[in-house]
Design a protein around this ligand. Structure first.
Ligand code: NAD
Length: 290
């Protein structure tokens, strides 16, 4: 029987732990972790993400500072805001919601964020620190996947892990994290020659592709632990909109040892890890061990 990995419940427990730690930081050190969230323009999906991030930050007892800028904001103006947030001692984490309007160079903006405040973990310094095994800030979605694997998978050391997808925000950092846990890691992508065969070797399969139900049930090794990062909007036979993952969930049931559902698996872990990173960043900036 396939176990469902309940990311929603796991993330709720994590948020409660984080709230307790934030209360303790305030009581014992007078420190209130602050997360600045910057949203440029009015992309509807981004607005929902930002609203959820702001709400959960506040619920965890941390300070949320929201900056909403019009779509016409220039790159220079955005750089100036990020630099001001870098200097602001009440701000421990800075998150610039992507995607940015096309006239703004996202790479330049991400490079402007002070690495110690880069709670998304996208700065090249943090990517580099992860790659060479130093403490830094790790991208939230792959960090959430790792926490689920540590809780639900058998010991990771020596396991064969296959990550499908090589993006800088999910696939590559996921592979680095699994390597750090001593998995034998394969990264598959759109140019991989025989994707089903690569997947069949996986004790741990992480799908971060963005293709609805690409991974079929017969691509899975019996007993494999499957982490489905995909969030794909599709219209079903009755014309109703739904969200599906990158894995054909029903086919995986009965084959996989455990699997994250979509929604309710990886998704809720991402914001919980953002809060975790904000707390970590605040502690480090204040020189408090934890
Ligand atoms: P991306 O488009 O940047 O990268 C997709 C990767 O998949 C690429 O590396 C590409 O090589 C690979 N790929 C594309 N088609 C493929 C195919 N047919 N076979 C094999 N590999 C293929 O996407 P991303 O930002 O990494 O996101 C991936 C998915 O995860 C999306 O559905 C996204 O919505 C979702 N996502 C979820 C969360 C979350 O919080 N749960 C966070 C980030 C992304």
């Amino acid at each position: 029987d396939t176990r469902w990995i309940d990311g929603k419940a796991f993330a709720a427990r994590m948020r409660a732990e984080i709230a307790a730690e934030a209360a303790d930081l305030r009581a014992r050190h007078g420190l209130e972790p602050g997360l600045a969230v910057v949203l440029v323009g009015d992309d509807p999906a981004s607005r929902i993400y930002v609203r959820n991030k702001v709400q959960q930050t506040t619920e965890a007892g941390m300070r949320s500072l929201e900056h909403r800028l019009p779509a016409e904001t220039t790159e220079a103006e955005l750089v100036a805001l990020v630099e001001a947030l870098n200097r602001d001692r009440a701000v421990h984490g800075i998150l610039v919601q992507l995607p940015l309007p096309r006239h703004i160079d996202s790479a330049r903006i991400l490079a402007t964020i002070a690495p110690e405040k880069d709670v998304d973990g996208f700065h090249v310094v943090n990517a580099g620190r992860l790659a060479v095994g130093l403490d830094g800030l790790v991208p939230c979605t792959p960090l959430g996947c790792l926490l689920l694997l540590k809780a639900f998978a058998p010991p990771l050391a020596g396991a064969r892990a296959v990550v499908v997808g090589r993006s800088n925000i999910v696939g590559k950092p996921m592979a680095q994290l699994l390597l750090r846990e001593s998995c034998t890691v394969t990264i598959a992508h759109s140019r991989t020659r025989d994707l089903p065969e690569e997947c069949r070797r996986a004790d741990i399969l992480v799908a971060a592709v963005g293709q609805p139900e690409l991974v079929r049930g017969d691509w899975l090794k019996p007993g494999a632990i499957v982490i489905d990062v995909g969030i794909n909007r599709v219209t079903d036979a009755e014309g109703k909109a739904r969200i599906v993952g990158d894995v054909a969930f029903k086919e995986a049931l009965g084959v996989a040892g455990a699997i994250t559902p979509v929604p309710g698996g990886v998704g809720p872990m991402t914001i919980a890890c953002l809060l975790r990173n904000t707390l970590t960043a605040a502690r480090r900036q204040a020189g408090i061990a934890g």
